[in-house]
Design a protein around this ligand. Structure first.
Ligand code: ZN
Length: 86
């Protein structure tokens, strides 16, 4: 590792972008749809999840990921799973 702070920052950004690209290309945290194009719950894998109102910190995640994913908050009505998917 170099002691140059600018080079370290550049390296950090490079790794950061690489992680974003990996998430995007491997469809990580991608919502899964059923045959009827409904969104399936990742918790119980049976029930359909519904869009709920996003929380304040969800907005920061979208900014941090450079609006590449447009994360939305979903909730399962049966197993109480709640999370973000894109
Ligand atoms: Zn569920």
């Amino acid at each position: 590792m170099s002691k140059d702070p600018y080079l370290s920052l550049l390296l950090f950004l490079l790794i950061y972008f690489l992680i974003l690209i990996i998430i995007k290309s491997f469809n990580l945290f991608r919502k899964k749809t059923s045959k009827r194009f409904q969104l399936l719950c990742p918790g119980c894998k049976e029930n359909v999840i519904k869009r709920i109102k996003r929380k304040n910190h969800d907005m920061y995640l979208n900014i941090m990921t450079l609006q590449l994913f447009k994360f939305k908050r979903y909730k399962c009505t049966i197993c109480s799973w709640e999370g973000l998917r894109w």
